[in-house]
Design a protein around this ligand. Structure first.
Ligand SMILES: NC(=O)c1ccc[n+]([C@@H]2O[C@H](COP(=O)([O-])OP(=O)(O)OC[C@H]3O[C@@H](n4cnc5c(N)ncnc54)[C@H](OP(=O)(O)O)[C@@H]3O)[C@@H](O)[C@H]2O)c1
Length: 292
């Protein structure tokens, strides 16, 4: 693939993630101009095919494609306010919530730029890997045009939707509402078990079986929430709720807070109050109103 066809790339934000992306793009042969608010992080990347710009405006002016890895929306707008975006394509890898994505796309396009949203499902050490995923949303044409560069950042990246909010919605759902609570719950559960004499090895041995069972239940929950059919002949939300309340007593009596279990008890109580306790555990989810 001839990366030169894509022209110079301006990379804004040389923090942990931005620096990893800059190194990967430069190794893939891209001509880069990097900018960072504190200049030493940009200077540290300078080398073959990589130069540092003194201002974000200067970096944008020198490039056809602008990749932002700035920390948040304020940093993004602060850096790009007044920059020459006309005719340029912005790939925004800054973490944003869906409403911010819509507003930022409008902000960029009203200044004559094109906009593709990207959500990094990866750590800096994963950048450049063949299994690394970045989800992109917005015009598929921009994604196609930039695909060689986007695949250099993450080899398993994909375009998820023309709806520019879609990758951010998936991020809120997968990372915000699932990974973060599940990992926090696992940390709390591990501390409770270890401090009550369960050996680390025994917990380690359970990892694979636990994951298989979780996957199995997740598949059933996905079907139930999507179809609205929460009937079960296995275990009702009320049964889970009663057990969860009992477990929470044990956890709190042992001096642990059990915050995530507490949240699950609240969710199951809500289901019971709403008259959904006879259904499966998937009934803790509010009924889905599909977006058109
Ligand atoms: N690290 C990860 O594993 C990971 C994973 C997924 C997504 N992300 C997302 O990637 C983005 C960058 O994360 P990171 O890990 O690289 O964070 P980081 O190391 O803290 O870097 C933040 C970057 O934003 C710049 N910045 C912050 N405030 C600014 C402002 N007001 N004006 C101009 N520049 C500003 C910083 O410049 P200075 O150096 O001058 O402070 C730095 O370049 C975030 O949106 C993050 O959520 C990161």
């Amino acid at each position: 693939v001839d990366v030169e066809q894509q022209g110079t790339v301006a990379l804004l934000g040389c923090g942990l993630m931005g620096s990893a992306i800059a190194r990967t793009l430069s190794e893939a042969g891209h001509d880069l101009v990097v900018w960072n608010r504190s200049p030493e992080k940009a200077q540290a990347l300078v080398g073959d095919g990589v130069r540092a710009a003194a201002t974000a405006h200067e970096a944008v002016a020198a490039a056809q494609v602008v990749v932002s890895v700035l920390s948040d929306d304020d940093a993004f707008r602060g850096a790009l306010e007044g920059a020459p975006l006309q005719g340029r394509t912005v790939v925004n890898l800054t973490t944003l919530i869906p409403e911010e994505v819509t507003a930022t796309e409008a902000w960029v396009t009203s200044r004559g730029g094109r906009y593709l949203d990207g959500v990094l499902m990866a750590y800096p050490a994963d950048i450049g890997g063949k299994d690394t995923v970045v989800n992109y949303a917005g015009p598929a044409g921009i994604h196609r045009e930039l695909e060689p560069m986007l695949l250099a950042i993450g080899g398993a990246s994909r375009h998820v939707s023309e709806d520019v909010r879609a990758a951010a919605v998936m991020d809120v759902a997968a990372v915000g509402m699932f990974t973060i609570p599940v990992l926090s719950a696992y940390a709390e559960s591990t501390a409770y078990a270890l401090s009550n004499g369960v050996p680390e090895d025994a917990l380690h041995e359970r990892l694979d079986r636990g994951l298989r069972s979780l996957r199995n239940q997740m598949e059933k929950i996905l079907r139930a929430v999507a179809s609205g059919d929460h009937e079960t002949d296995q275990a009702t939300a009320d049964t889970y709720g009663a057990a969860a309340r009992l477990f929470l007593t044990a956890v709190q009596d042992a001096g642990h807070r059990g915050r995530l279990l507490e949240a699950a008890v609240a969710a199951l109580d809500d289901a019971r109050t709403a008259g959904r306790g006879h259904l499966g555990i998937s009934a803790v989810a509010a009924p889905v109103r599909h977006a058109d």
